[in-house]
Design a protein around this ligand. Structure first.
Ligand code: 5GP
Length: 187
């Protein structure tokens, strides 16, 4: 039985989850971020073992077959998954573990860990979201359109989350998240 807290952190691509997580972990260095596996190409500036573990589809399948993946989902053309062992260990050590994860994965984890706290980050508007994605300049038009389509779907499903936070200002959104974390009794 684990004693730490598991937090599911979701939101559409481009909403600012990574920047928000950076602010959060600066404010609370004890928060433990899980590093996911992905088969997608590394973006400029991303580091293997820091942003993701970048793996081949074959390696991903091997890890799945070995039971080393807690949950996984296909997003666009790529697979994303949470390595199981570190999460189990951190929870066992009593840590608060944050999984940055899309909605299908979050649903699976909620079944495995019903006590997990789920938080969905919303953009101030769809226009702002599209502008942020375009300004990032890391996706081609096809991928961008796919991400916007998935975003609309995810936002519809976000009603199932325990909390929804609008990322209108980084500091304000970070403070709202920390207040939720501090006032919610989860195990
Ligand atoms: P990106 O390609 O923008 O880094 O991530 C695409 C989506 O995959 C995001 O919604 C992100 O939260 C999600 N994601 C990242 N890691 C995982 C994971 O381990 N499992 C699942 N289910 N989704 C993930």
């Amino acid at each position: 039985m684990s004693s730490g807290k598991l937090v599911l952190f979701s939101g559409p691509s481009g909403v600012g989850k990574d920047t928000l997580l950076e602010v959060l972990t600066k404010k609370r260095p004890e928060l433990q971020r899980s590093i996911s596996l992905t088969t997608r190409q590394r973006r400029n500036g991303e580091k293997d073992g820091v942003d993701y573990f970048f793996v081949t589809p074959a390696h991903f399948q091997e890890l799945l077959a070995a039971g080393d993946v807690l949950e996984f989902a296909q997003y666009g053309k790529n697979l994303y998954g949470t390595p199981k062992k570190p999460v189990d260990e951190w929870l066992h050590e009593g840590k608060t573990v944050i999984l940055k994860i899309e909605v299908q994965g979050a649903e699976k984890i909620k079944h495995l860990y019903p006590q997990a706290l789920s938080v969905f980050i919303l953009p101030p508007s769809m226009e702002v979201l599209e502008r942020r994605l375009r300004d990032r300049g890391t996706e081609d038009e096809e991928d961008l359109a796919r991400r916007m389509r998935i975003a609309r779907e995810e936002i519809r499903k976000s009603e199932n989350y325990d909390y929804r936070i609008v990322n209108d200002s980084l500091e304000r959104a970070a403070d709202e998240f920390l207040t939720i974390l501090d006032t919610t009794a989860i195990q």
